[in-house]
Design a protein around this ligand. Structure first.
Ligand SMILES: [Zn+2]
Length: 277
């Protein structure tokens, strides 16, 4: 069921940032604009003729391999999840994201640069009521070795368990309504996968400036805090859930990735009658 929780918000002023696309290696400019109430997140490809737009809702996720890709018809924008996580943490409900390329730039691999630019742009309250979906019955989703359990609860609590290959090992993090510090957790990978992904034409813009890379001895670059990988998993879940909207409940994610996050967002969207954005 829906709860009313104050007014919707968008950003107060336009903001611009520039960075490299992780997969394409291209320099990409994004512009963030205020958006009207009840519009949610809209993504626009300003590099394509006609400037086509994609509505940010769970059903428009067309790929969840290594990142979340939105698409409508031939138009796609990938790696939307870190910008969405930052917007969610900043309490933004409506936002127009104009991208001059096929993916949101990776920046430093975390959501923090997006949060900082939203803070700089400021927030503006809007006339529409902010509706929060309250989970009122348990929901269990499983796929391969991944599990998501969503339970009723006060506020939004996320318990995430990440089953990492050595030397990362298993990590657990539990958070309630407190996301800002985990936004600086970077995406991560393993050295042995880097060459394989490069040969597939992926991560052309990847470097130790935009990811934590582990080899058998440990991280190749310094961690920002212990358990950075599982903190990044929570960040990814927030971003994927933001395509649905604000939620109250306790979400327990065990080894879950973008596919299962999106499945949860789709289920919630169905339960809500596809009314959230
Ligand atoms: Zn991520």
């Amino acid at each position: 069921m829906f709860l009313m929780a104050g007014k919707q918000k968008t950003i107060a002023r336009q903001a611009q940032m520039k960075g490299r696309g992780l997969h394409s290696g291209q320099d990409i400019v994004i512009n963030l604009y205020p958006a009207p109430p009840d519009g949610g997140f809209i993504f626009r490809r300003s590099d394509l003729s006609g400037h086509p737009e994609i509505k940010g809702n769970p059903e428009n996720v067309v790929n969840t391999a290594r990142a979340t890709t939105l698409g409508e018809g031939e138009v796609k924008i990938s790696t939307v999840e870190h910008l969405l996580a930052a917007s969610f943490a900043a309490g933004i409900d409506n936002l127009l994201v104009e991208v001059q390329g096929p993916e949101i730039p990776i920046m430093d691999g975390s959501a923090r640069p997006f949060y900082d630019i939203i803070q700089e742009a400021g927030r503006q309250e809007q006339p529409g009521d902010r509706r929060v979906w309250k989970i009122d019955a348990p929901l269990l989703l499983q796929e391969d070795n991944q599990t998501v359990l969503a339970l009723p609860g006060e506020g939004l609590r996320i318990t995430s368990v990440f089953f990492g290959r050595p030397p990362v090992g298993n990590q657990l993090l539990d958070r309630t309504d407190d996301w800002v510090d985990i936004l600086k957790a970077r995406t991560f990978g393993w050295m042995q996968d880097v060459e394989k992904l490069r040969s597939m034409g992926l991560i052309q813009g990847g470097s130790l400036d935009c990811a934590v890379v582990f080899d058998e001895d440990g991280p190749r670059n310094e961690l920002r805090f212990p358990h950075e990988p599982v903190a990044h998993k929570i960040l990814d879940l927030l971003g994927d859930l933001a395509l649905f909207g604000p939620v109250h409940g306790h979400i327990i994610a065990l080894g879950a990735g973008h596919y299962l996050h999106n499945l949860l967002a789709r289920k919630l969207w169905e339960l809500a009658g596809k009314e959230m954005f």
